[in-house]
Each structure stands twice: as C-alpha cells, then as structure tokens.
Ligand binder design. Sequence first.
Ligand SMILES: [Fe+2]
Length: 420
Amino acid sequence: MVQEAPITINFLKIKNRASWLVEGVFDKVPYRVGSLMGPLFNITANEFVDCYQEKKPLLMKRTASVGDFCWRDANEIMFRSDVKSNDFKLSFGRVVPKHEYVESYIDIGTLRHKLIKPVVYEYLRKGATLIANKIKNEPLVDRYARQIADFTGRQVVSSAYAAFGSKDSFRCHWDTRDVFAIQLIGRKRWVVYEPSLASPLYTQQSKDYEQQYPCPSTPYMDFILEAGDVFYLPRGWWHNPLPLGEPTFHLALGTFPAYTMDYLSWMLKQIPEFIGARQSLVEWEGDRNNLASVAQYISDFVTAPENYHRFMDEFVGATRVESTLAMEILGDPNCSTVPDNAGIRLCANKPHGLADSYIIANGTKLNLDEQGLRLMNCIAHQPGVSLATLFTKFPEMDVAKLRQLITQLCRQDVLELTHY
Ligand SMILES: [Fe+2]
C-alpha cells in the first residue's frame, strides 16, 4: 500500500502528469538504474544490465573492500542470528535437524534458544557449513546489501556461509534468485555450469527438476573466489561452491525484482471485476465463447500501461528500506533541523516514479513539481549528498525552507541521514 505523504512545503505539491511533461527534465534523460559506479563493482550499472544481469555470470576480482573484517565479525553475525529459525542452518551433506545442535532453556521465565556449541564445533571440524539466511540489522552485512540494492535497484536478501573443511555445503544446484557472492575471509572454489532451465522461479527448485533438466557435463567456469572478490551469478546457473579445506566466510546477497508471474498474480486478483471471470463452467461448447471473452479481457488488461504502472507502484510501495535511526536529531523536540553537514539519501532501492514526476520511498508517495523533481533527482543520484551541497546546487531555493523540507522528509522516513 502506498500512502500519499502530507507534504505541504510549497515546491512539493501534487501536479498532474501533463503539467510536468511541459517543464520536466527527465523526459529527455531517462533514468537507468544506478548509473553510478559502485564500490563493489568494476563496471557501471548500465553495463551490468546490458551485458550480465540475468544473462551470464560476472567475476569481479578484488572489488570488495573487506577492510579488517575478521572472524570476530563473522562469529558475531552468526551469534546474533535467530538459531531456532529455519533460516539458520547447519549443513553436512544434508540439513542437520535443529534438535541436534540447538537447545532451549528458560531464562528467568523467558524461553530462549542457543547453539549447543560442542555439537556445532564438532560438525564444523568434520567439514559442515554454518548458514545464516535473511540476515537483518547487521551493519557490516547491510552495508554490502545496500550497495547491491543501489546498483541493481532491487530488494536484497543477505545470507552468510562459514566452513573450515572441504565438504560441499549442498550438491550442485541452481538458485532461483540472482546472487552476488562476496568472499570476506579465505577462499572457495566455484564450479559453474550453464542453465538447463532458464530463469527458474521460486517454485522451480533444482532438486525437483534435475531429472528433467540435468546439469550440463562441461563447466562454464571453474575458479577460486578469494577475499575481496565479488561473483555475480544469475538464477538458473548450476553451481557448486567448494570449500578448500581452509577457513572460508562469504556472503550471498540475493536480489528480488518484480517478476512477470507477480504481475499475473496481481492481475488475477483484479479480474473478478470482469463478469466473464465470475461465470460458472458447465460444458465446453457452452463455455467457449465466454472463455474467449475472458482471454481477450486478460490480454487487454495485461498490456494496458496504466495497469502495469499501477502494479509496479504497488510492488515498489510495498518494499521497505531499513533506514538508520537518528533519535537525537529527528526525535528531539529541541532539535529543529538536521545539521548542514549531514549526508542524505533516499530510503528506496531505486528512484521509482521520477520519470512520471513522483517518487515512492518506504511506502510514501511524493508528487513532485519541477523544483522538487530536480531536488529528488539530485539526492537519488548522489547518495550521501550533504545539505550544504544542496544549498549550493539549488541557490534559487530558500535555505531555511530547504533545510526544513529535508528535515521533514527525514522524519517521514522518505530520506535518511547517512552521516552527521
Ligand atoms: Fe546456491
């Protein structure tokens, strides 16, 4: 659900599409997702989309700044995970049953769960892999996830893998989401094969389809991923990451766009509005004319641009970006504005709607006039831009009003403070 924000500041106001088209700037310069070079990548986002995204793998050597990431960080990420969740796994040729390595206990009236560490250590020593999926609120992981979200314009789900032996975590398989693997500690060998079922969806897991669509016999790539390397693997490509008998810790960051199937599912929820879809089925000869009219209705519905845009707005409007909390600035009644040196960024994976003079961020839709459009355009393309820089870029805007507007948008979780 997208909520319209109660923005009343004078240069952010509702305008219809026709009025901005006359004076808008983006009809001449269409936005391409993340045209900025990202620190994790050695190509631009446009090159990535044109040559690699959902097309073929890409190995980027030494592009991730791993800094002083160490086993203490890896241990803390695993330690803070919800070990009782199905998103937390110990893999040893199979997924080890939870009761073998997680115990529950009562902590002064509260039921808690903890790893049975002797069991976990023993499995790891034998070559098992410890896996945390859907990692959230881990700054060291979220930083990479946000870079990939900016680069791809997609939602990102983060996983971490730790191992010390030489046993593979899973046998050769395909993933149903595009993945960026970032090696943070040690090395891992990756053997990659071309897809046998192109672009599989979530419901098309390789374990259920490998008889029908077996893995090719000849590898497409066979390489060692080292600390600081980033490897992009589109969904459907067979792979088998192999530990090398030495410590390894890597992240797998999956990206989630809207798929055509999502659009069709959404369409099916709208279609009962059409009386033909509500008819009972009796027998073919009597029903065929009605079904032909339903088919025509569906065809017209799916190819109508207004339905496509309505779906995409709802899809983007339902996504959320976990912005930083800044209570002492945005929650303190004695603090009236954000500091001029504060860095500002949009709370969205991509600036959806700018081409149509609006923007959706964290479930809020802002309709933009020409000045608001230029302002949002600037913030969207320069994540972390300071308020002081905005003053110089928009000299025609009143400084006090601009400061107030940015503060208001930060309080509404449309913008966030990156540093201050
Ligand atoms: Fe995988």
